[in-house]
Design a protein around this ligand. Structure first.
Ligand SMILES: Nc1ncnc2c1ncn2[C@@H]1O[C@H](COP(=O)(O)OP(=O)(O)OP(=O)(O)O)[C@@H](O)[C@H]1O
Length: 271
């Protein structure tokens, strides 16, 4: 029996909505991060839907990168950071698990603001990811290198110079090479921290188009403070301010029907 307060139509709409809602691949529960007296992340609770682009949006210093760092345990590198709470990936709480850090990180590809290719050839950059996965068969490595370079739209541009140093590529190409390297370890989730901020408009568009295409196979969590990029790409939006989640939901809910003054102000002037 349906809820008597809902009209039959909205009850049906809800049923359809629930049936089509993607499952969550990552769940954050009561996450707090502090450095001394500075409470950087304040009781964060969220779910990341599978095969969607989730955009973490908010003014500079609100904690977006720190949240991303918690998700692949990069916070372990900063002894001054105290992290408490739970982050569930595949029902395993990565903040309180016995799984090794490499095992956890293999589930996630990380794309940072600037590309950091390894100081080796284009080929070896992608092969490195496969090596990490334990792939030794040379034919299989060659097949996979091509596959992942194709996946990021780089194959045609580099197929005749695979042994050239990665540093000989343009910054936009290097960013796609880093993405290919990350994809080679078969992550389910891509963490992207302002991945187009160092790129020219053409290279940025290539990355944006890739993300739209990649969400068929991957879950993407994208940090950006470029509002137009968020509007172009987001399926799900999390708006943060001063270490807190202020609003989260669909782009329509946040961009067209903001409920809080903080989000409304941000949408007007980005602050
Ligand atoms: N290791 C650290 N030690 C002390 N403070 C830190 C540390 N890491 C981050 N912070 C502080 O936490 C706050 C959030 O930083 P964070 O980089 O997560 O913000 P952000 O929203 O990603 O900012 P931006 O958009 O400018 O990159 C900032 O005030 C920052 O100075």
């Amino acid at each position: 029996m349906g809820n008597p307060y809902l009209s039959p139509k909205s009850s049906e709409q809800l049923r359809v909505l629930r049936a089509t809602e993607p499952e969550a691949v990552l769940r954050v529960s009561n996450l707090n991060v502090s450095a001394g007296d500075h409470h950087i992340l304040k009781n964060i609770n969220l779910e990341i839907p599978k095969n969607r682009i989730t955009v973490l949006l908010g003014p500079s210093g609100c904690g977006k990168t720190t949240l991303l760092k918690c998700m692949n345990k990069l916070t372990d590198l900063y002894r001054e950071l105290k992290v408490t709470g739970n982050i569930y990936i595949d029902n395993d709480d990565i903040l309180n698990t016995t799984a090794s850090i490499p095992d956890i990180r293999q589930k996630m590809g990380l794309l940072s603001q600037r590309p950091y290719p390894l100081p080796v050839s284009i080929y070896k950059n992608v092969a490195y990811g496969l090596k990490l996965k334990g792939v030794r068969d040379k034919k299989l490595v060659a097949f996979s290198v091509e596959k992942h370079l194709r996946e990021v739209g780089l194959w045609e541009e580099v197929k005749n110079r695979l042994n050239s140093p990665a540093s000989s590529l343009s910054i936009g190409q290097q960013q796609r090479l880093c993405l290919a390297r990350g994809l080679a370890v078969k992550p389910g989730i891509i963490l992207a921290d302002e991945p187009t901020s160092a790129l020219d408009p053409t290279s940025s568009k290539i990355i944006e188009d890739l993300f739209r295409d990649m969400k068929k196979h991957y879950t993407i969590i994208l940090v950006t403070h470029v509002l137009r990029q968020a509007i172009r790409l987001a399926d799900h939006v999390i708006f943060m301010h001063d270490g807190e989640i202020i609003e989260q939901g669909s782009p329509e809910e946040l961009f067209e029907n903001a409920r809080t003054d903080k989000l409304r102000a941000y949408l007007v002037d980005g602050n």
